[in-house]
Ligand binder design. Structure first.
Ligand SMILES: NC(=O)C1=CN([C@@H]2O[C@H](COP(=O)(O)OP(=O)(O)OC[C@H]3O[C@@H](n4cnc5c(N)ncnc54)[C@H](OP(=O)(O)O)[C@@H]3O)[C@@H](O)[C@H]2O)[C@@H](O)CC1
Ligand SMILES: Nc1ncnc2c1ncn2[C@@H]1O[C@H](COP(=O)(O)OP(=O)(O)O)[C@@H](O)[C@H]1O
Ligand SMILES: [Mg+2]
Length: 294
């Protein structure tokens, strides 16, 4: 199987929804309801047992309309985005989740800042930070605070920046791919986290193994047809799902980018490179998902 980094176990008759995890996707806003919907459906199509999307109240019906199996939780909103009052009810949901994905379509307003800061400070639930969650971290220099450093026993933190987001996080221009990876490796080692440096190819670097600092995986799947709106939002849901299925940050990120790229390869050849969209990608993901266990 094209350099798959690891293998999931196959499903058994004793399995049930709880076996495959309960995950929460946090994001969306008026005008960007599709992003968090793509992330949420991607988690379902990666095999999660239960998926809910916590979204600003004004976009709940829009998000819910994308998929009957998706549950939705209305959060306090202001001008179509999370309000600062959203963090309190969200905090109460954390302990019931096996994993959380945060950021797609959430904007970088003050409500988002409260949510991202709060999720960075909790250590019991694995979290994927993507998109505007990464932009909030950059704008407010949240990684300068040593209090968010992860150590042995803390739940995983996975970042999924594209080169533009990584440039904001590290100050290294998107044009310098090698230096961006080196800066990501240093950041992963310093914070004890996993960082997915998205692109062609995508690389995963991880600072969670004391005996293997800066270990890095180069993905072998994916293609330029994926350079289209929402394909990164899909990856957020994939990795959140795998964390919710019990994988470490290193394993969830590597297997996640691999199956995400496989779906992109199959969709590009079935549709076309120019015509493929993230909607095709998330549907194809459901078709190829068993390749993680074959
Ligand atoms: N349907 C929806 O609801 C959707 C909602 N979405 C949501 O939108 C929010 C903003 O996210 P976003 O990525 O669209 O905008 P942004 O952070 O400004 O980054 C783009 C800029 O970064 C750079 N850049 C990126 N890749 C690069 C590369 N490989 N190599 C080099 N440069 C690269 C490049 O900058 P430039 O070169 O143009 O200056 C590019 O213009 C976020 O919350 C997301 O979830 C989207 O997911 C879409 C679907
Ligand atoms: N040229 C390419 N080759 C391989 N994969 C690509 C290429 N361009 C984009 N991708 C993939 O598509 C996704 C784009 O993510 P992102 O820019 O965050 O999209 P969005 O935020 O619109 O969802 C990433 O997973 C990236 O690896
Ligand atoms: Mg993105």
């Amino acid at each position: 199987m094209q350099r798959r980094p690891l293998k999931l176990r196959t499903r058994e008759s004793s399995d049930h929804k709880g076996t495959f995890g309960r995950v929460l996707l946090v994001g969306g806003s008026r005008g960007m309801a599709g992003s968090i919907s793509l992330s949420s459906i991607a988690a379902l199509h990666t095999g999660s047992g239960l998926v809910a999307a916590a979204v600003p109240d004004p976009v709940l019906e829009t998000v819910a309309g994308f998929h009957a199996a998706l549950m939705t939780i209305a959060m306090p909103a202001q001008d179509g985005c999370f309000s600062v009052g959203a963090w309190s009810p969200l905090k109460g949901l954390i302990s019931r989740q096996d994993a959380i994905g945060v950021g797609p379509g959430m904007t970088t307003n003050e409500g988002s800042v409260a949510i991202v800061d709060g999720l960075l400070r909790q250590r019991q639930t694995p979290v994927v930070f993507d998109a505007d969650a990464l932009n909030v971290i950059s704008e407010h220099r949240l990684f300068d605070d040593e209090a968010i450093v992860r150590t042995e026993g803390d739940a995983a933190v996975v970042l999924t920046p594209h080169p533009g987001e990584l440039s904001r996080l590290t100050g290294v221009p998107a044009s310098d791919g090698d230096e961006q990876l080196a800066a990501a490796q240093r950041m992963a080692d310093r914070l004890g986290i996993t960082i997915v440096v998205k692109g062609g190819p995508t690389r995963v670097t991880d600072g969670c193994a004391p005996d293997a600092p800066g270990r890095t995986f180069v993905n072998s799947t994916g293609n330029p047809a994926m350079a289209t709106a929402g394909c990164g939002d899909v990856l957020t849901g994939v990795i959140t799902s795998l964390l919710g299925q019990g994988l470490s940050g290193w394993d969830a990120a590597r297997l996640g980018v691999w199956i995400h790229g496989r779906a992109g390869d199959v969709a590009a050849s079935a549709i076309s490179a120019a015509g493929m969209t993230a909607a095709h990608l998330v549907e194809t993901l459901a078709i190829v998902a068993d390749e993680m266990a074959e």
